[in-house]
Design a protein around this ligand. Structure first.
Ligand SMILES: CSCCC(=O)C(=O)COP(=O)(O)O
Ligand SMILES: [Zn+2]
Length: 206
């Protein structure tokens, strides 16, 4: 199978899995997988991400303008791929825990996870005692400006914390990535579940 066909198949599978979990309601979400150093496969705008067809996937060169039919959010994907050659897949969902949790910390621009064994599903996290920093951004319809804010914040590590392989857009949803589609899917599932844990836990703690 060609790298392009494999990437298209991985995008379709990521959307299907997210939809089964109710993470991409009403055509929300977008998904991309790297084909090679210069090109990614990425979902077209406005289609049901749970029922993607090959024609719903655009083959986007990273150094060229966005193709007709692109998601307004496509630049959030392409900017990350250009900056981080090790990223192999980026998945964006409007999952419930992430979307609710994101609104708790938009004023502080960060949420912290610690004390959860499941954190170890995140690449580079070796212990439940690690402090995992999840950046939070105010939502913005100006995706160029948002992309620049994301880039600046991701370039700045938080002292004593491990950076999560993802970030939250307040009231909007979660972006997560990995070196491969499988790793991005694991990070997405781990982060959404950790946000569920945190939301439940915070109900019982002052
Ligand atoms: C329908 S939800 C609003 C747009 C959005 O946030 C999203 O994730 C889906 O946008 P796309 O253009 O990629 O379909
Ligand atoms: Zn979205």
């Amino acid at each position: 199978m060609s790298a392009r066909a494999a990437a298209v198949g991985a995008v379709i599978e990521a959307g299907r899995t997210a939809s089964i979990r109710h993470w991409v309601p009403a055509t929300s979400g977008n998904f991309s997988v790297r084909i090679d150093a210069e090109t990614v496969a990425i979902t077209r705008s406005g289609v049901d991400k749970g029922d993607l067809k090959p024609a719903d996937i655009l083959i986007q060169p990273l150094e060229q303008p966005l193709l007709p039919g692109s998601s307004a959010e496509a630049e959030l994907h392409t900017a990350l791929y250009r900056k981080h050659p090790a990223i192999g897949a980026i998945f964006h969902v409007h999952s419930p825990a992430a979307t609710v949790f994101s609104r708790l910390a938009v004023s502080t621009d960060s949420l912290t996870l610690t004390g959860w064994e499941l954190q170890k599903a995140l690449s580079g996290v070796k212990t439940h005692e690690a402090i995992v920093d999840v950046p939070v951004f105010a939502n913005d319809q100006d995706i160029g400006a948002l992309s620049r804010r994301v880039d600046a914040r991701l370039s700045r590590a938080v002292d004593g914390a491990i950076s999560a392989p993802g970030y939250l857009l307040a009231g909007h949803g979660l972006y997560a990535w990995g070196a491969s589609p499988a790793e991005a899917a694991r990070h997405l599932e781990a982060l959404e579940t950790l946000f569920e844990f945190e939301l439940s836990y915070r109900r019982f703690t002052p």
